[in-house]
Design a protein around this ligand. Sequence first.
Ligand SMILES: *[C@@H]1O[C@H](CO)[C@@H](O)[C@H](O)[C@H]1NC(C)=O
Ligand SMILES: *[C@@H]1O[C@H](CO)[C@@H](O)[C@H](O)[C@H]1NC(C)=O
Ligand SMILES: *[C@@H]1O[C@H](CO)[C@@H](O)[C@H](O)[C@H]1NC(C)=O
Ligand SMILES: *[C@@H]1O[C@H](CO)[C@@H](O)[C@H](O)[C@H]1NC(C)=O
Ligand SMILES: *[C@@H]1O[C@H](CO)[C@@H](O)[C@H](O)[C@H]1NC(C)=O
Ligand SMILES: *[C@@H]1O[C@H](CO)[C@@H](O)[C@H](O)[C@H]1NC(C)=O
Ligand SMILES: *[C@@H]1O[C@H](CO)[C@@H](O)[C@H](O)[C@H]1NC(C)=O
Ligand SMILES: *[C@@H]1O[C@H](CO)[C@@H](O)[C@H](O)[C@H]1NC(C)=O
Ligand SMILES: *[C@@H]1O[C@H](CO)[C@@H](O)[C@H](O)[C@H]1NC(C)=O
Ligand SMILES: *[C@@H]1O[C@H](CO)[C@@H](O)[C@H](O)[C@H]1NC(C)=O
Ligand SMILES: *[C@@H]1O[C@H](CO)[C@@H](O)[C@H](O)[C@H]1NC(C)=O
Ligand SMILES: *[C@@H]1O[C@H](CO)[C@@H](O)[C@H](O)[C@H]1NC(C)=O
Length: 745
Amino acid sequence: MLTTNYFTFCVFCCLLYILLFVPISYPAGVPVWKCDHSLNRSLCLLFAQDMALLIVVLMCVVCVVSGRDQCPRNCYCGELGPHGVICTGGITDIPKNVPADTVYLVVEYTNISVIPTGVFNNLHKLTGLLLDGNQLTSIESGAFDGLTNMSLLSLSSNPGLSLTKVDPSILKDIKNLTSFLAKENKLGIIPTNFFAENKMLREVYLKSAGLTKLQTASFSNLKNLVIVDVSKNEIDNIGANIFTGSLKIQTLNLSNSQIKSIEPRAFETQEEMRFLMLDHNMLVSVRSALLGLRNLLTLALNDNEIVSLNKDDFKELVMLNSLDLSNNELQNTGDALANLQSLGSLTLNNNRLTKLSFKGMPLLTDISVSNNLLQSIPERLDVITHARILDISNNPIQSLPGGQFASLKSLLKLDISNISAIQDGGLAPDALTGLHSLVELRVERNELSKVPSLALSAVKQIEILSLSHNKIQTLDENDFVSVSNISNLQLANNMLAKVPEKALRPFTNLTQLDLSGNPLVHISGWSFGNSTTLSSLRLSNAKLSVIDPAAFHGLKGVHSIDVTNNNLTWLPGDLLKYDRAFPFYLYADQGNPWYCDCQMKPFSQAVNVPGQSVITNIHCSGPEKFKGQNLGDIPLANLTCDCEHQEAPSVDTSGSDNKTTVGHTAKLKCKVSGCPTAHLFWTTPRGFVISPHLTKYTGYDVQDDGTLVIMAAVAEDAGNYTCTAANYLGKAEQSHKLKLDIIET
Ligand SMILES: *[C@@H]1O[C@H](CO)[C@@H](O)[C@H](O)[C@H]1NC(C)=O
Ligand SMILES: *[C@@H]1O[C@H](CO)[C@@H](O)[C@H](O)[C@H]1NC(C)=O
Ligand SMILES: *[C@@H]1O[C@H](CO)[C@@H](O)[C@H](O)[C@H]1NC(C)=O
Ligand SMILES: *[C@@H]1O[C@H](CO)[C@@H](O)[C@H](O)[C@H]1NC(C)=O
Ligand SMILES: *[C@@H]1O[C@H](CO)[C@@H](O)[C@H](O)[C@H]1NC(C)=O
Ligand SMILES: *[C@@H]1O[C@H](CO)[C@@H](O)[C@H](O)[C@H]1NC(C)=O
Ligand SMILES: *[C@@H]1O[C@H](CO)[C@@H](O)[C@H](O)[C@H]1NC(C)=O
Ligand SMILES: *[C@@H]1O[C@H](CO)[C@@H](O)[C@H](O)[C@H]1NC(C)=O
Ligand SMILES: *[C@@H]1O[C@H](CO)[C@@H](O)[C@H](O)[C@H]1NC(C)=O
Ligand SMILES: *[C@@H]1O[C@H](CO)[C@@H](O)[C@H](O)[C@H]1NC(C)=O
Ligand SMILES: *[C@@H]1O[C@H](CO)[C@@H](O)[C@H](O)[C@H]1NC(C)=O
Ligand SMILES: *[C@@H]1O[C@H](CO)[C@@H](O)[C@H](O)[C@H]1NC(C)=O
């Protein structure tokens, strides 16, 4: 490859020779050099012409060859700017003839294993040298000599390179070194005084560098050092004099480094430090280790083994804004937090705290104490009047008296999932009073059997409500009237057997509804009423087996419907026949036993109608000949059933038990005829909807032949039972009344 300069030079030479030696292009009268005084002018001209041609050809060859030489083999010149050279490939030596004006040299992913002495010493202009991803095992003394103006050196990803064997004064000539990178290596150590001459050093990146310890004075007296990343190493102790005299360090990342101990006052002189990452280590305590960090803003101590804190542990961290102590073994906070007047964000998840107080932390905004052993709501909530997020979920909090949160006027998000107090009795009517700014409320995993609608009326303005993982069986028309501005309602993993259409009516702006994990079995026509604002609907893991043709009609603004992981074998064609504003995604493929026969024909046909903007992707589980095929690839004519004659199902419940006694069994028969085979399900007087082998209700089962078995009847089991069966041609149902004798024992 030619460098730009050389190419220009070649063109210039060629033109010059043409001008001087090609007289034939001049009119006869014009005097031409050399041949003017010759005896035989035309002979001379002929000779000159041939010579010129030869010389031009030779020049061009020489130019091209020497121009090529200008950029070493396996290198590319000019691609990293005019003075940048990048070399890569199977070479085993640093290229010798790198252009002397090179400013940036990258030699990466080669087979080079040694950097010899003085190999770069003609490259006076070099400012950046990147030697990443090679096979370096040794760097000879003086290898970097002469690189006085260089500011960036990178030796990353040379897994065979150890600094234990390298001359510790290897960097001595690189007086202007500002960035040193050696990530993903097995360096072993940074020799003492390794950077002693690099007074301009600003940043050192040694992530995953295979360091087994930090030697005393490894990083000392570097007055310009600002960032040190030594994360992901195997350093078990931080000694006292590692950073002595390096007074401008702002970011020190010691995360993921197997640190067990830090000498007292190890960071004492680090007045400029802002960010200290000590997370994912093996610290048991931080006693006296953090003294002196007067300007520290962020301290990560999460994922250690800290068992206890002392009153003075954070004493001098007067500017601290963010503290993460999650995933430790704290049983109490030892009053250590009361000194943190500037603290804004406090994370204490996954400890063993039995109590907590916010005393002394008036600026707290984000608080998370999930998964502890708190017996009561944290104390001094009155102090944290600026709080925006409070997560106290997963704690055995024993009581939640009304008005507890009344001082949290700025709170935007409250998580009180899985709290013993709620499990024992629901949410008290005045539990949420005073939360005038609340936007998001999470009350998951609390065994709620109904929506705490009285309590909700204190937070009329909320937009996100999660009641997932409770035991809500039915929803009432009035459940959500006071919180009609909700846009995101999460009711996943409850015991809802029916889409709660009436309860959804009050919403004016419902955009996301999650009903996944409920035992829905069947979605009937217009189940969602006219929820025109609904954009995302989740019905996955809902034991669905029958979706009626008009199930989603009314959802005019829907963008996505998720029916994955159900028991669906077919979908009705009319599902898509209604006006919508947008195309929508139907997530259906995963986890359903789609059976591509005549029942799927109307749906397949509807999906293929141009302008029918449904985006879906269904693969067949059966019949055998279509297994694994995309429904859309099967010609409509091949979607057939072998019925002698197709018909809608009919249902017969005769032979069912007419009565039973409390505590005893009852069997209700349901014989379904019709072809293709219909799906059936039972609806019980208690509102349960049960399909074969898919019950969430213990003590109730539907057998293969459609028989509903009630193992031990209770009084509420008396009443009308309906067996419903549906195939793509229609639906049939029959009711049967079961009486219960209550016998005193
Ligand atoms: C470079 O190293 C690789 C892997 O170690 C090897 O496969 C390849 O043959 C070497 N190439 C040369 C030119 O030595
Ligand atoms: C280093 O840079 C300075 C200023 O840019 C220049 O005067 C000096 O010649 C350079 N040194 C070398 C060895 O190129
Ligand atoms: C030293 O490096 C810095 C950038 O890292 C650069 O701005 C400065 O010009 C360099 N000094 C010399 C003398 O090359
Ligand atoms: C610290 O290092 C860890 C692990 O390498 C990394 O994930 C994290 O982003 C780093 N943090 C900072 C603030 O540099
Ligand atoms: C509920 O919180 C308790 C602690 O009170 C915890 O042990 C349990 O794992 C939590 N349950 C769930 C489902 O998260
Ligand atoms: C519901 O939202 C509307 C429009 O944003 C707003 O005017 C109204 O005050 C909100 N209602 C409540 C109870 O916050
Ligand atoms: C409706 O909900 C969306 C969020 O889904 C929100 O951005 C929008 O402001 C809400 N509109 C009204 C009028 O409340
Ligand atoms: C939906 O709206 C239509 C008119 O747009 C109305 O006829 C129908 O009764 C409504 N359905 C429900 C369930 O509210
Ligand atoms: C569809 O049926 C025709 C006629 O029976 C047959 O030739 C063809 O291979 C079938 N196509 C597929 C994709 O099974
Ligand atoms: C239930 O009662 C009907 C008549 O009401 C009867 O025909 C049927 O045999 C009875 N079923 C059983 C299991 O006794
Ligand atoms: C799914 O539905 C079919 C037909 O109703 C039934 O035979 C089957 O047992 C159901 N359950 C599962 C897990 O497929
Ligand atoms: C059960 O069905 C019968 C007739 O089908 C009806 O008269 C009766 O009111 C129903 N009972 C209940 C509790 O719905």
